[in-house]
Design a protein around this ligand. Structure first.
Ligand SMILES: O=C(O)CCC(=O)C(=O)O
Ligand SMILES: [Fe+2]
Length: 401
């Protein structure tokens, strides 16, 4: 492995760049209950000359992805100051984006992509019930055409692009090396065979999200949910740990837990593709976005996320070459993997990666949607627990609400 180089973005004070107010992290919650304990991985240890250190790291990752499906990543090459600059740019965008750009760059989820600007009225192009969530999503077409980016961000695209390139080509690539090693495969197995790359985000996307506090009617309709319980579609999602606690993960004891704030850390979330390729040895992280503890209910929450997608034309199956899978077999009780396996054994095709992500985006529903979010429509009760149930191209997805 070539040793990793730290992130070195273009300067913030280059000529022509307006000054951007700092991002000041809001206060953390005083609530201590209902927080998960996550393993933290020191990515810089992958560069160690001592094979025993690297081996311990791989074992630590193996345990964490089997048991939690979520991990913190630290020492991945981006400093806290560099990270706060990226949050400052997101904050600047939401203070300066024009109404004209919001209209012109409006997203159209029916295309199967979130690409562009999401208005704070639900996850359909047509405005629905207010959900207080704004997003800007960079896909390939945004990277390729400055005209697809809010004008206020034009002077800073060098920094945003450099950040995404670093996250994709350095952080995610090293992470996939670790995961390939857990599967006892060559270092670049997942990168070369499954991960899409080429533009700063390959077939995936980068997001600036802003969650504003919601009105009473919205909170009542959604029962405090901001985003349904779900798993992400691709290989990995890199989320930045933020002070406003809304992100929750589903624990082994079948309860939701908030993800704690660890300044500067990345929260790594395993997507469906990794679950399938690993034959269920990795489990796709079940997570949701919920209202924060009471002392943060009035705070705005910025969230930066990079979604790393798999190659769209592939249909996923377990990596048969993996000595781990050859030795231990597949883990059949896993969600999406077991459904893909069932379909394959019935002689049917599973969706391609692109079909899998696009159908879910195109048909996403809102937590405020009281028509669909009922038992008998998109909800079922299983063993006394309320679950959200959908079917996409013959593949059933059952997730905790
Ligand atoms: O903002 C977050 O913390 C998580 C968002 C999320 O899970 C998603 O967009 O898939
Ligand atoms: Fe997610």
């Amino acid at each position: 492995m070539t040793p990793s180089v730290p992130f070195n973005p273009p300067a913030a004070n280059l000529p022509g760049k307006p000054s951007v107010p700092e991002w000041v992290p809001p206060p953390v919650t005083q609530q201590k209950e209902n927080f998960a304990e996550l393993t933290s991985i020191d990515l810089s240890l992958l560069d160690s000359d001592d094979p025993a250190v690297v081996d311990r790291l791989v074992q630590q990752v193996k345990r964490a992805i089997r048991e939690d499906g979520f991990l913190f990543l630290e020492n991945y090459g981006v400093s806290l100051e560099q990270l706060h600059r990226q949050f400052a740019l997101a904050q600047y965008m939401y203070s300066n984006i024009s109404e004209e750009d919001k209209e012109r760059l409006l997203f159209d989820p029916e295309t199967g992509k979130w690409s562009g600007y999401k208005h704070p009225y639900g996850f359909k192009k047509q405005r629905g019930v207010p959900d207080g969530i704004e997003q800007f999503n960079w896909y390939n077409r945004e990277w390729q055409n400055l005209d697809r980016i809010p004008k206020c961000l034009h002077p800073f695209m060098d920094e945003i692009e450099a950040f995404c390139n670093y996250l994709t080509n350095s952080v995610n690539r090293r992470l996939l090396t670790l995961f390939s090693r857990v599967l006892e495969l060559p270092d670049d197995y997942l990168w070369n065979n499954v991960q899409s790359y080429g533009s700063p985000t390959g077939e995936g996307y980068f997001r600036h999200a802003l969650f504003r506090p919601v009105q009473k009617q919205t909170e009542e309709a959604s029962k405090g949910l901001r985003m349904h319980g779900h798993t992400d579609f691709g290989l990995t999602t890199l989320l930045f740990s933020v002070p406003i606690s809304c992100l929750q993960i589903w624990g082994q004891d079948e309860q939701w837990y908030y993800v704690p704030y660890k300044p500067g850390a990345l929260v790594i979330n395993i997507g469906d593709t990794l679950e399938i390729v690993s034959g269920g040895h990795f489990k796709a992280t079940r997570h949701r976005v919920f209202k924060p503890p009471v002392d943060q209910l009035q705070s705005e929450r910025l969230s930066l996320v990079l979604f790393n997608s798999s190659v769209g034309d592939l249909r996923m199956a377990p990596a048969k070459e993996s000595p781990l899978i050859q030795r231990e077999g597949c883990v059949e009780d896993q969600g999406v993997y077991s459904e893909f396996k069932r379909r394959t054994s019935e002689g049917k095709l599973v969706p391609t990666n692109a079909q899998w992500r696009e159908i879910q985006i195109a048909t996403a529903t809102d937590p405020t949607d009281t028509v669909h979010n009922r038992v008998g429509v998109h909800q079922v009760i299983i063993n006394g627990k309320l679950m959200h149930q959908r079917e996409y191209m013959g593949v059933k997805v059952v997730l905790p609400v």
